[in-house]
Ligand binder design. Structure first.
Ligand code: 1GP
Length: 245
């Protein structure tokens, strides 16, 4: 089954999904085996690969290495078009719809086309919405866009719905990697209510309770990066070998 269909089916069945984000810039190759021993049987459904500033070829190398240790689907979550690897399974074809920088609304996407045309990647159009997570994050710095205020539920919801009307197949609410505060439950709830496409939530999720809150309020898929990078035992602690539904 294609990855998007898996996400839709899980969403319809209320089965919550978990993705671990690996940043090629931060992951050390000699830690991968240990990391994937921890990921195995921890309820992780897919691996996202991407970062805000990643040197060329690093994504390719990481994706190929992941293949050695895991059969989980690998989904690109690229900071720019140079992070496209033909060895992955799918790509979140992101448009930063909370921002007003044409580079991340359409220009990077055009630059990506020749690379995508040469690949068999499943392309998943995704509306990417950056929300203030209490500190300046790499995505804000690199994209030179302003996050939407965390309390501005109306603007966030309307942005998400505009993304859906534009044909995005997923909406990703992002507080930014290492955010001090994850996306607020009331924001997730309101966006979920307004959408009929699956919802991804990420940024600053470091505890079992913030993961559970994101799921309870409507996240179909949660992305965890920093908490796992800092402590690979994290998954066992919070997921305890079961999905939190
Ligand atoms: C970042 O949403 C992801 O793009 C994950 O964020 O690193 O804070 O888990 P964290």
């Amino acid at each position: 089954m294609r990855i998007y269909d898996q996400i839709v089916t899980s969403s319809q069945q209320g089965r919550k999904l978990l993705a671990i984000l690996l940043d090629p810039d931060k992951v050390e190759e000699n830690h991968l085996e240990h990391m994937f021993n921890r990921i195995a049987n921890s309820g992780v459904d897919m691996i996202f690969v991407g970062g805000s500033s990643v040197e060329e070829k690093m994504t390719d190398n990481l994706v190929l290495k992941i293949r050695e240790y895991s059969e989980l689907p690998v989904v690109l979550f690229p900071g720019n078009y140079e992070q496209i690897s033909v060895h992955a399974d799918a790509i979140l074809f992101l448009s930063l719809i909370s921002g007003r920088n044409p580079e991340y609304l359409i220009e990077q996407q055009i630059k990506a086309v020749p690379h995508l045309q040469k690949s068999n990647l499943e392309i998943i159009p995704t509306g990417y919405i950056l929300i203030d997570g209490g500190k300046e994050t790499a995505v804000q710095r690199v994209s030179e866009t302003k996050p939407i205020s965390a309390q501005n539920v109306e603007e966030i919801s309307q942005t998400a719905v505009a993304g859906m009307y534009l044909g995005k197949k997923l909406i990703y609410l992002e507080a930014g990697s290492g955010a001090a505060t994850p996306v607020l439950p009331e924001v997730i709830k309101s966006v979920k209510k307004a959408l009929n496409i699956p919802l991804i939530v990420g940024g600053g999720i470091r505890s079992k309770s913030s993961l559970a809150k994101a799921y309870e309020n409507g996240a179909d898929l949660v992305v965890i990066g920093t908490a796992f990078e800092e402590n690979v035992e994290f998954l066992e602690k919070i997921v305890n070998n079961e999905h939190i539904c």
